[in-house]
Design a binder for this molecule. Structure first.
Ligand code: F6P
Length: 319
């Protein structure tokens, strides 16, 4: 192994840059060369690849987004697309690839590994929905961005005695909603992992009102339904008027938190270590503060960890 390639793919996540920096610096420290693949798998197919030096990754550890750019690439789902990618890697003399991203990126890394090209998956997505790791890079920053918004909306909710519905991202996972709901003191949290009962929600709002609570925050994960749709359903059931805030892509940007920078540095470095040891086809992750790795061919078959205990707790604390 002489040359290590790095790419970021799928939705960007704060901390991706810190992971890129770790891969590049760790590689060069140990006498390897680092190559950046720009624009994810689509850049790989097109050979958009450049050598990275120590200075190429200076001044990026604190920046959101990804200096390598990102893309969602349909062509890479096909065998032909994957073969084109492998040809480009060979053309540049790259012997191992670190893929930083979410579910789709892991599928790409898995496909390359299945075809014999050594690949390591580094989990980075605000959704926190990758199996094999307790946390993905970017989740902590997104959580804090959402919390900041929830706190601000609470000021208005309380001043105007209103019920607010806040729609958050997360794709099919409810982690952003659950963690932000618990930390933000939301009265109700809707996640795809739990069935909601409108009567219970209505009862909760009514009993709150009876004891003088005139405002409420309801957090809806996009994987359940849109905030607007839920507002309509709630209105039908209770006649309560609400305001809806869709936080959208604001959740993906911003300066990565200390937690995300440290996580990204540790996971990026571990990916390089594995490639240096001649190991490919692995996914790295964190488990009880230990950096771990497992087979990328099977990791995606497991469900991602859902904290039902936190969901129950949030209900107890928001009576
Ligand atoms: O996976 C990250 C994510 O932000 C999801 O939470 C969301 O469903 C999706 O990406 C949005 O994707 P796009 O930016 O392509 O619209």
């Amino acid at each position: 192994m002489k040359r290590i390639g790095i790419l970021t793919s799928g939705g960007d996540a704060p901390g991706m840059n810190a992971a890129i920096r770790a891969v590049v610096r760790k590689s060069i420290y140990h006498g390897f060369e680092a190559y950046g693949v720009y624009q994810g798998f689509s850049g790989l197919i097109n050979g958009n690849i450049k050598k990275l030096e120590l200075g190429s990754v200076g001044d990026i550890i604190h920046r959101g987004g990804t200096m390598l750019r990102s893309a969602r690439c349909e062509e890479f789902i096909t065998k032909e697309g994957q073969q084109k990618g492998i040809e480009q890697l060979k053309k540049f003399g790259i012997d191992g690839l670190v893929v930083i991203g979410g579910n789709g990126s892991f599928m790409g890394a898995k496909a390359l590994s299945e075809q014999g090209f050594p690949c390591i998956g580094v989990p980075a997505t605000i959704d926190n929905d990758i199996p094999g790791t307790e946390f993905t890079i970017g989740f902590d920053t997104a959580l804090n961005t959402v919390l900041d918004a929830v706190d601000k909306i609470r000021d208005t909710a309380s001043s105007h005695e209103r019920t607010f519905i806040i729609e958050v991202m997360g794709r099919d996972a409810g982690d952003i909603a659950l963690w932000a709901g618990l930390a933000g003191g939301a009265e109700t949290i809707l996640v795809p992992e739990e069935k909601y009962v409108m009567d219970d929600i209505a009862e909760r709002l009514r009993s709150g009102q009876k004891r003088g609570k005139e405002h409420s925050i309801i957090i809806v994960a996009e994987g359940v339904m849109s905030g607007t749709q839920f507002a309509e359903e709630l209105h039908k059931a209770t006649n309560i008027d609400t305001r809806v805030s869709v936080l959208g892509h604001i959740q993906r940007g911003g300066t990565p938190t200390g937690f995300d920078r440290v996580l990204a540095s540790r996971l990026g470095a571990k990916a390089v270590e594995l490639l240096m040891q001649g190991k490919g086809g692995r996914a790295v992750g964190i488990d009880k503060d230990i950096i771990v790795d497992e087979d990328i061919l099977t990791v995606l078959e497991k469900p991602h960890k859902y904290h039902q205990d936190m969901y129950e707790l949030s209900k107890e604390l928001s009576i």
